[in-house]
Design a protein around this ligand. Sequence first.
Ligand code: SF4
Ligand code: SF4
Length: 139
Amino acid sequence: MTVTEVIKGGISLIRGMKVTIKTFFGPTVTCQYPRQTLPISQRFRGHIKLVRETCRACGLCQRSCPTGCITVYGEKPEGQKHKVLKRFLLDFTRCSHCGLCVEVCPQNAIAFSLDYNLASFRKEDFVFDLLSEYRSRGR
Ligand code: SF4
Ligand code: SF4
């Protein structure tokens, strides 16, 4: 190893340490997840969720979904004009977050959730019953 190489290595080391020391004494940019969480942008795309009772079970979202991850089932009560939603399933393992289902809904009944805290070893845990989830939220 030549003297020039040693000098170059030393300069490189000092430069690297300058960055490390500057960052060490600078403001903290990390958070202690899961004890701390950061505010989530309103434009974040989590799994879709039902947000209104206005869903008519028309099936537009189901037909628009390119990956076929939505299953909607409704029944038309005797003498009523519109269907009543009975079941709304989402297979989140296949969702690409494209947003087509949200865009086509004529009733604005679905939206993206801000839920990013999803983890499981079982695929079945990512099949969501959105109607039950909506009712359990109480809104
Ligand atoms: S966001 Fe796209 S892929 Fe996901 S459920 Fe809606 S239409 Fe399907
Ligand atoms: S969520 Fe919207 S598009 Fe999907 S079935 Fe209900 S009303 Fe139709």
